[in-house]
Design a protein around this ligand. Structure first.
Ligand SMILES: Cc1cc2nc3c(=O)[nH]c(=O)nc-3n(C[C@H](O)[C@H](O)[C@H](O)COP(=O)(O)OP(=O)(O)OC[C@H]3O[C@@H](n4cnc5c(N)ncnc54)[C@H](O)[C@@H]3O)c2cc1C
Length: 396
């Protein structure tokens, strides 16, 4: 699966970063007929059924549609993916509840819960067959660019020449900095800690989200009646909860989730992630495109991080395909600019919406607590509003 290409190679696209977004981008553009290389410093991902990955995603329908088009979704479903049919959102201070139901949206499910390792493993498995040249392990170290293209130097000495370079190398993106793409970044809010672990519970395909003054708690249904937990907490509180023994942790989690799924039983280690939140001002600079977390690292409360990145990929694929259909230049600057404008606008709207929701819901201000329960209740009683909210989150 891993291959080296030493020396110089002329390509259409060089993608930095083989996470879900970078791998999906490389695969999509190769399937569209372009010559693509992918650069990734970490060894090829390997998913093991008996060792579930703690990082799971709530994939929206447009993300699974893209993966299906790329021929990867059937392999993911065959391995392990959990549909969720209901979603409940409520506030710890009381008041109403916002509910989403697949049957009310005339769908079989609202989305799917999938492990990060499984997604990357299956995407990578498809890369070689699509003709993507893999440079792994290697990382992008230097960049030169002009109107004709981008030249990348990798840390193993390889040089790549491509018409465009894609920075999908995560929130701390090196290529974004080298290309001076981004035009400055808006820090959305001081970082808090997210923590994630697995917990045994009768989840029954229900996705739950409770807003607490310290931050949101999400319970995502996983296989075997288990749930995957994403609990956002301020640093000091995260450290305290992390240090609890299993019994006290189970009590804390049961209280935080209002025992909606009964008493929690921890079944995995707990892991803490520092949350990084940022939004670049430009997603293109010359021949460098920025996408995925390199362009927008958003609050995980709505589970939209990977979905936004896959939307960047789907929009780029649509531009390339439309150009090739008309025998026009797929890499013309006006096309890249149009892609960047459309994506920046959707990503900005989403990032500030998540941030706004988090600010209103994750605080102990008595006025805010008085308003938000009834607000959720009201939204829950208005089916057209519910449908509109869901359609936006689902990318439809
Ligand atoms: C606790 C938590 C829960 C989350 N839950 C959800 C969820 O429910 N739903 C959701 O959609 N999202 C969720 N997210 C967000 C999600 O993890 C990210 O949006 C996603 O990983 C971004 O994918 P990416 O491919 O853009 O970046 P990454 O996954 O960060 O991949 C970047 C890749 O670039 C590589 N790289 C780094 N430097 C270089 C270099 N110099 N050259 C080449 N390659 C390089 C890295 O090795 C890495 O493989 C969550 C995040 C957290 C922290």
């Amino acid at each position: 699966m891993t291959g080296y290409t030493k020396g110089r190679a002329r390509l259409d696209v060089a993608v930095a970063g083989g996470g879900v977004v970078g791998a999906a981008c490389a695969l999509a553009l190769a399937r569209a007929g372009l010559e693509v290389a992918l650069v990734e410093p970490r060894p090829a991902p390997r998913w093991l059924a008996e060792r579930p990955d703690l990082r799971v995603y709530a994939l929206a329908p447009d993300s699974t549609a893209l993966l299906d088009r790329l021929g990867v979704w059937p392999q993911v479903i065959a391995a392990r993916a959990q549909p969720y049919r209901r979603m409940r959102v409520w506030d710890a201070a009381g008041g109403g509840e916002l509910q989403f139901d697949a049957s009310a949206m005339a769908r079989e499910q609202l989305g799917w819960i999938v492990e990060n390792d499984l997604l990357t493993d299956r995407l990578w498995a498809a890369l070689a067959g699509a003709g993507v040249r893999l440079h792994c392990p290697a990382r992008v170290e230097a960049l030169e660019q002009d109107a004709a293209g981008a030249r990348l130097r990798l840390d193993d000495g390889t040089r790549l020449e491509a018409r465009i370079a894609v920075a999908a190398d995560g929130a701390g993106s090196v290529l974004r900095g080298l290309g001076r793409a981004g035009g400055g970044r808006a820090r959305l809010r001081p970082a808090r800690r997210g923590r994630l672990h697995r917990d045994h519970a009768a989840a029954r395909g229900h996705r739950l989200q409770r807003f607490l003054p310290t931050g949101p708690l999400a319970l995502l249904p996983f296989t075997g009646g288990r749930s995957s937990i994403v609990w956002t907490l301020p640093d000091a509180e995260a450290a305290r909860v992390l240090a609890l023994d299993d019994e006290d942790f189970a009590t804390a989690l049961t209280d935080a989730s209002a025992a909606r799924l009964g008493r929690a039983t921890p079944v995995s280690p707990r892991v803490a992630f520092p949350l990084r939140r940022q939004l670049v001002r430009q997603q293109v600079a010359g021949r460098v495109l920025v996408l995925g977390d390199a362009a927008h690292a958003v609050h995980p409360l709505a589970g939209q991080g990977v979905n936004l990145g896959l939307r960047d990929v789907a929009a780029l694929l649509a531009e390339v395909e439309a150009a090739r259909l008309r025998r026009a230049d797929w890499a013309a600057p006006h096309r890249l600019q149009r892609w960047a404008r459309v994506r920046r606008s959707d990503n900005t709207l989403s990032a500030y919406a998540f941030e706004g929701i988090n600010r209103v819901f994750s605080n102990a201000d008595p006025l805010a607590s008085l308003a938000r329960g009834p607000l959720l209740g009201l939204a829950g009683k208005l089916p057209p509003l519910q449908r509109a909210l869901w359609r936006h989150a689902a990318g439809l």
